[in-house]
Design a binder for this molecule. Sequence first.
Ligand SMILES: [Zn+2]
Length: 284
Amino acid sequence: MENRNKLFLLLMVLQCLLVGTGANPTGSKQSFFGRHPAQCGYEGCPRVKENMLNVHLVAHTHDDVGWLKTVDQYYYGSRSSIQKAGVQYILDSVIQELLKDVTRRFIFVESAFMQKWYLEQTEEMREIVKNLVNEGRLEFIGGAWSMNDEASVHYQSVIDQFTWGLRFLNDTFGECGRPKAGWQIDPFGHSREQGSLFVQMGYDGLFQGRLDFQDKSNRIAQQTMEMMWKTSDSLENSELFTSGLYYIYAPPPGFCFDVLCNDDPFIDGPYSKDNNVKEKVSDS
Ligand SMILES: [Zn+2]
């Protein structure tokens, strides 16, 4: 469970040009103090171009709700000698970056941290965040209190902690706060029952990270990293779109620009003699 309290790039490169910027911080044409008509969910996805490979780039994070440090230590960033991790700073900076560009997207998982952060915000910031959620630019995935283990827990505890997290999202953000995808990228192994619970809770899909290494290499060879998973023998319509992440939660080699990483930055200055765009693109 190495923690990675930082932004990682899920998929490389682009084609997500939602046009139209407004004069207010959310980029909407309406005031961010008024509630926007919901454009979340699939309605909020960037328009795709026909006859092209459309690749979406989605920044994400996974934050352990207590592991090497306590929940508060993770949230506030204390005890950094144990681990450099401060979730509050992720949310602070992500919101500011989302506001700079309407095409940016961010997905967030653990409602325990979202609730902690949200409670500390001003009314104005809460409205800004609600509007980002309504516009589909900030999206919750998973959305349980934490990203639960799948091996040693009882199914009832899974349901309980999903109930608690989803209730917070629903009470706070309404329909646009409802996660559509499961996001179990750090549990060490996966259970069929967890998949079945996602189906029964109304999720449309599931992303996993830590596949068995033989299963994973076979899937890569067979091009079956994505599948329709039959999650139950006894329930009808139990199929769930399920996908495994290629690098778990890490960026591709050479693309980690976090403060904890040593990869070279992406230098795209058109007049810089150190411009390395071509090199980066061809290396990837
Ligand atoms: Zn973890």
